[in-house]
Design a protein around this ligand. Structure first.
Ligand SMILES: Cc1ncc(COP(=O)(O)O)c(C=O)c1O
Length: 437
């Protein structure tokens, strides 16, 4: 028998066969989608039942993916967390989220002059409270709601409101590494005299007041977090953009002083640019409102009305799911999608030695009423071995990601969006499997 080349060891053959397996499964998923026939889905299901990858039969059957003939040539951009993957659900909802706004409506700057946040649309506020009650992820009682143009604007409003305007020095803003990559630039881009980025919360040792951004689940690594500095002059902003059932078990109703949420990551409507803050202290809520008044004289009423309708549809879908014949709720649907994506990603990563992913424990989700997994909106991928700059390495394979450096961490890590279109995501999985050979 001819000798195998030294390079082609048994281990290599095993890895190759795993990669081919993953690639084959992905191709079957894709072909099944393209044909859109039950026959193909049955064939696909037979294959995945035999494989290590067990994926619910709903899979990507009605995927928005079109053409994957790009091979290795096209650029796959997973740098940003653009939540386009939820588009299919909303298309299926048809007119349930359609609103009509006549020309005479929403003319005034004011929504509710009696409220602290005078530009907050009452209908939007009502649906925010209802959704938190349905999901159980936040206490709304005794809270002031401040609406913002995305939670991005509310982060700045919070920094403005929490800083002492008479202090001789700007207050330090910290967050634990790896932190959301926008915090440093948001804190510093206007060179404010009120607040200043001071880096990693773990190593922060300056005396005096500080603001700590606590992101949970965390962007980029998906872990559940608590404040880390814990000194008595600390002011906390809890950024809970990802505290929703599709990403993490809802184990308690958050009950903090200042909490931020956004439709961008909860329902996927990033383009609507709507976020909200739940604020305990009346004076802080007033100052945040003032910031938004100075900044944009309020927040688009049209967007708030649209957001109210979307949140209402989500809450309705949760309540209807339990009634007979009710459709799958938005969160059940998105949980399953995230579950499938994480299974595919882990299978691709496990088919070789080049990459690794964080592990997460599961927990009981009070909303789903079952043990559920942590399946973050971003994959915090590590390049193993000699690859020191994971972002450049993947860029060499035409996969655009965000380097760990931008999160204050090692360049051996990259952040990869898990929320892109099925098409992009599947191309990425396919390419990752090929690279591992
Ligand atoms: C942790 C975190 N906070 C805030 C934001 C900003 O979201 P928005 O689209 O609501 O401005 C993001 C967006 O990616 C995020 O990841």
């Amino acid at each position: 028998m001819a000798k195998l080349p030294a390079m082609l060891s048994l281990r290599h053959l095993l890895m190759l066969s795993l990669a081919v397996n993953v690639s084959l499964i992905l191709r079957m998923v894709y072909e099944g989608e393209r044909e859109g026939t039950n026959k193909n889905m049955e064939g696909y299901n037979r294959i995945i039942q035999k494989s290590r990858l067990v994926i619910p039969s709903t899979s990507f059957a009605n995927s928005t993916r079109k053409d994957r003939s790009g091979g290795m040539d096209n650029v796959i951009n997973l740098d940003q967390g653009d939540p386009t993957m939820y588009g299919r659900f909303w298309r299926q909802m048809g007119d349930r989220t359609t609103i009509i706004i006549p020309g005479w409506q929403s003319i005034s700057y004011f929504s509710d002059p009696t409220s602290i946040c005078w530009f907050l649309e009452p209908e939007f506020a009502k649906e925010v409270v209802r959704l938190h009650n349905v999901v159980g992820n936040a206490v709304t009682e005794g809270r002031h709601i401040v609406v913002g143009t995305g939670s991005s604007q509310l982060i700045l409003a919070a920094l403005y409101a929490l800083s002492n305007h008479d202090a001789p020095q700007p207050i330090s803003v910290v967050s634990a590494i790896p932190y959301y990559s926008s915090y440093p630039s948001m804190a510093d881009y206007q060179k404010s005299g009120l607040y200043k980025w001071a880096g990693d919360a773990y190593t922060f040792d300056k005396d005096g007041p500080y603001i700590e951004m606590v992101t949970s689940p965390n962007n980029p690594d998906g872990h559940t977090r608590q404040s880390v500095v814990n000194r008595n002059q600390g002011l906390l902003v809890h950024d809970l953009a990802y505290y929703w059932p599709q990403y993490t078990p809802i184990s308690f109703a958050s009950d903090y002083d200042l909490t931020l949420f956004t439709v961008s990551k909860s329902t996927g409507h990033a383009g609507m640019r709507i976020g909200w803050a739940l604020v305990k202290d009346r004076e802080i809520a007033k100052k945040m409102t003032k910031f938004i008044e100075l900044n944009t004289i309020g927040v688009s009423k049209d967007s708030q009305l649209r957001a109210a309708k979307v949140l209402k549809t989500v809450s309705d879908s949760c309540e209807e799911e339990n009634s007979q014949g009710g459709q799958e709720s938005f969160f059940k649907y998105s949980y399953k999608m995230m579950e499938q994506r994480w299974k595919l990603l882990r299978a691709a990563v496990d088919s070789g030695d080049l990459f690794s992913l964080p592990e997460f424990s599961s927990g009981f989700c009070n909303f789903l009423n079952q043990e559920s997994k942590t399946q973050p909106a971003f994959a915090w991928l590590k390049c193993e071995g000699d690859i020191e700059d994971c972002e450049s390495f993947l860029r060499g394979h035409k996969i655009l990601t965000r380097s760990g450096k931008q999160f204050g961490a090692s360049p051996k890590y990259v952040r990869i969006s898990m929320l892109d279109t099925d098409d992009n995501f599947m191309q990425f999985i396919d390419r990752l499997s090929i690279i591992q050979n």
